[in-house]
Ligand binder design. Structure first.
Ligand code: UD1
Ligand code: MG
Length: 463
């Protein structure tokens, strides 16, 4: 493919049938917005300066959703049809030459490989353009592909304008095209809104180019589902399901074990290493990266996090925006809210909450603790029930615990506070003053013993 490829993504429509205040392409499937999927596919074919999104409804939000890709935008203020949407981009696109690939922002399942085939086909048969078609049992609502005796595509007839005979055609236009840019723009001005809907139909280009003596062709795909556009939330759920299935299949074929895959939810951008085992009902979301030989227990949720190799996430554990070092063990029933870094071999046990916490290598917090805005050195042990009091009602403060510190159970550390290396904190202490290295700190009422007190009380009650 030496000819440069330009990709135009039509995404100006609202999508009334979604029954939403949000533009259709901003809805999510497989863990990202529909428009992000389509732009990512376009990026496999063209550099960002050759990708343009036609925006209209909620133009600003749609721009924001994909701005990071570096693609360009074309504004279509009034939605006067697919042909009009393309014509809005004339100024930028005509000058770029090459091939013009047109896709929809609401068709996120389309693969780059299919578009590559479409482009190759346009080149190999020297057509003015090739459109993607599919055989559909029920093509209601789609433009029908009318072929001539030689099998060339003569016209696309929209549902509303089709004769009874044409309505019986099962080959449908998927709305995805590759045109030779120079020919397209030479004739694009001939599109007229002379149809019952009063719209500029992009599909008219087929007849226009044919009339001018240029050949148009259709390329049928085996599985129409790949090119399906989303119209309502039932279809959104269906497309979401397909993304998840594709992802699970890819992961399993790449060496990841997934138990009860029909219950597991993995977003499309997630990466997982070989021999990792994912338990039932796990959810792995966002931009999570998981190493090799890890275990994710049943019902665990890992989002936007990085797990090194051999990490264990036990069941019912939530890990968000955190980094977990090699062979660390988390859970069951732990919650890592965000900004945590748990280093190699560290253990986080049940009912432990971390927020913005750093645990050095081999550190342990095995039961019932809140560790917020906290730095814990390597090899330290945090006893059951330890609470870092990081919030004074107005500001957040930091707790700093050195290496090999022993924090006794039910300790309360009032931040800002520093505990030196090797120190011991007695169980039940409220620690408000810094503790030097290797010291023992006790911050609790001294125990009082009253011999025979209970026996005497019982005796009193009997009388
Ligand atoms: C279009 C095709 C039809 C094809 C079908 C496949 C035309 C005239 N018809 O019909 O042959 O079978 O797609 O799905 O092209 N859009 C804009 N601006 C507009 C109008 C639409 O950006 O002014 C965008 C929409 O957001 C949507 C896409 O273009 O993503 C398709 O528009 P839609 O109105 O759904 O076209 P169909 O009537 O389905
Ligand atoms: Mg449509």
């Amino acid at each position: 493919m030496d000819t440069p490829v330009n990709v135009l993504i039509l995404a100006a429509g609202l999508g009334t049938r979604m029954r939403s205040r949000k533009a259709k392409v901003l809805h999510r499937a497989g863990g990202r917005t529909l428009i992000e999927h389509v732009v990512a596919t376009a990026r496999e074919l063209a550099p960002p300066e050759r990708i343009f999104v036609v925006v209209g409804h909620q133009a600003e939000q749609v721009r924001q959703a994909v701005a990071a890709s570096g693609c360009g935008f074309i504004e279509q203020k009034e939605q006067k049809g697919t042909g009009h949407a393309v014509l809005c981009g004339r100024d930028v696109l005509e000058a770029l030459g090459g091939h013009l690939v047109i896709v929809y922002g609401d068709g996120p399942l389309l693969r780059a490989e299919t578009l590559r085939r479409l482009i190759r086909r346009t080149e190999s048969i020297q057509a003015a353009g090739v459109l993607l078609t599919a055989h559909m049992e029920n093509p209601t609502g789609y433009g029908r592909v009318v072929r001539d005796a030689q099998g060339h595509v003569g016209a696309i007839v929209e549902q509303k304008a089709a004769s009874t005979e044409q309505l019986a055609i099962r080959e449908a236009n998927m709305g995805i095209y590759c045109f030779q840019s120079d020919l397209f723009w030479k004739y694009a001005g001939e599109i007229r809104p002379d149809n019952p809907a009063g719209e500029y139909y992009l599909t008219d280009m087929v007849e226009i180019l044919n009339r001018a003596g240029h050949r148009m062709d259709g390329m049928m795909i085996d599985d129409a589902r790949e090119a399906l556009g989303i119209n309502d939330r039932v279809e959104l759920a269906e497309v979401d399901r397909q993304f998840r299935e594709r992802k699970l299949r890819d992961l399993m074929l790449a060496g990841v074990t997934v138990e009860k895959p029909e219950t597991v939810l993995i977003d499309v951008e997630v990466c997982i290493g070989m021999d990792t085992v994912i338990g039932p009902f796990a959810q792995i979301l966002g931009k999570t990266r998981i190493g090799e030989n890890c275990t994710l227990g049943a019902c665990s949720i890992v989002q936007d996090s990085e797990l090194d190799d051999e990490v264990t996430i036990a069941p019912f554990t939530f890990v968000n925006a955190s980094r977990i070092g090699r062979a660390a063990q988390i859970g069951p029933f732990s919650r890592l809210r965000f900004g945590n870094h748990v280093e190699q071999g560290a253990h986080i046990g049940n009912f432990v909450e971390l927020k913005n916490a750093h645990l050095g290598a081999g550190a342990k917090a095995n039961h019932l603790a809140y560790l917020g805005d906290t730095d814990i050195g390597a090899g330290s042990n945090i006893g059951a029930g330890t609470i870092t009091c990081n919030y004074d009602g107005t500001y957040k403060h930091k707790t700093s615990i050195g290496e090999k510190v022993f924090v006794g159970s039910n300790s309360t550390l009032v931040a800002p506070i520093e505990i030196g290396d090797g120190a011991y904190l007695g169980a039940g202490s409220v620690i408000t003053e810094p503790v030097p290295a290797d010291a023992l700190a006790l911050g609790r009422a001294h125990q009082v013993i009253k011999p025979e007190w209970a026996a005497k009380r019982r005796a009193r009650k009997r009388n």
